[in-house]
Write a protein that binds this ligand. Structure first.
Ligand code: COI
Length: 354
């Protein structure tokens, strides 16, 4: 058991914070003063330390660079009006991290290292949590295989790290989305439900192709018929049809079980909508659009929170949505922000005090 007090901490001599303005921040560009690093070797985790943020020195043969045993998480910390720091649902991300680890044949990270490490690191760098609207401290835990050996097999050594980035919104403006029918993100039996680095690398070609056509992101569809909706870019996706909120279900293992997705489903139910988790075909969405029932489509994710979609392009057909009329997404976002920034009481037990 590693208590917060057992973590070896080396502090920076001078904080970089005075060099950075914590307003209008881009996503993921700046990093705080400290990072956590732990090593796995001979079947156990050891040497958990917090130290000044610094480059890693890696042998060129390090396994993750060749075969991609690499996973990560995204979590956010916020400050309430009294200046107290809270982390949004970190235990859910911790559980998902180890689900990803199992799928990638990597060791589980124990809860005490993940959670006590996270708290100790944020405690140290708490002044980096921005105050501005739509800003937060983005927390990036990640693990990669670190054997220095290029045989193809699960590594015997791993590194687990946590870095922190004071951050602004991921997508600033409503998005134009291209419904992808050629490339796929995930297939049943694959790693779509894991937060594995390779999922993101594999998505870049299709995304770049859609960008050349003038779109911001793709809406992924199933690998067999290219009909059933999966994720939108790096986000889960919701369709508001009449009084229903429909989001793809998790049963095929092709979709990430988003913590924001789960929170949004709770908030939507509190707003009086019926939430359906089920396969949703793009043809059903088009029919609902044509009959005027499909009112809004939006993406959800830790980095993105709630992102409005202003256009969905499927073959030659374009569905357009007026962002000013996306009332459901706007209300969900307001309610989620009120909880996250401590403006209303957290009746769900989502906010975890640092
Ligand atoms: C997140 O929402 O935290 C993500 O993982 C998306 C992305 C920045 C990779």
């Amino acid at each position: 058991m590693i208590a917060a007090a057992d973590i070896n901490i080396t502090k920076v001599e001078r904080s970089k914070l005075s060099d950075i303005n914590l307003t209008n921040l881009p996503f993921g560009k700046y990093f705080t003063d400290h990072m956590l690093e732990a090593e796995y070797e001979n079947g156990e985790w050891k040497s958990v330390e917090i130290k000044p943020y610094q480059p890693l020195l890696l042998d060129p043969s390090v396994a993750a660079l060749h075969y991609g045993q690499a996973i990560f998480e995204g979590i956010k910390a916020y400050k309430n009006p009294q200046g107290e720091a809270f982390i949004f649902r970190p235990y859910d991300n911790f559980k998902r991290f180890n689900i990803s680890a199992e799928r990638m044949q990597m060791p589980a990270v124990p809860e005490d290292i993940f959670m006590n490490g996270l708290r100790a690191l944020i405690e140290l760098d708490r002044n980096w949590i921005p105050n501005e609207e739509d800003h937060s401290l983005y927390i990036r835990p990640f693990m990669f295989s670190s054997d220095e050996m290029i045989g193809v097999r699960p590594s015997e050594k791993y590194k687990f790290l946590i870095i922190l980035s004071p951050t602004g919104p991921y997508y600033n403006t409503p998005m134009r989305i291209y419904v992808e029918e050629k490339y796929v993100r995930a297939v049943s039996g694959g790693i779509g439900y894991a937060k594995a680095a390779g999922n993101y690398g594999a998505a870049m070609y299709a995304t770049a192709t859609a960008k050349k056509l003038g779109y911001d992101q793709v809406l992924w569809t199933d690998a067999f018929e290219h009909k059933y909706v999966q994720e939108c870019g790096t986000m889960n996706v919701f369709f508001i049809i009449g009084n229903k909120a429909i989001t793809p279900d998790l049963s095929s293992g092709t979709i990430l079980a988003g913590v924001t997705r789960d929170s949004v489903m709770t908030v939507l139910k509190e707003m009086g909508l019926t939430v359906e988790e089920r396969p949703l075909s793009i043809l059903e969405a088009i029919d609902a659009y044509k009959s005027g029932e499909l009112k809004e489509v939006f993406g959800t994710g830790t980095a993105a929170t709630i992102s409005l979609i202003k256009e969905l392009k499927y073959k030659e057909f374009s569905m357009e949505f007026n962002p000013e009329r996306c009332e459901v997404a706007t209300e969900v976002k307001t309610r989620m922000n009120q909880i996250r920034y401590g403006i209303v009481p957290d009746s769900h037990g989502w906010m975890c005090k640092v």
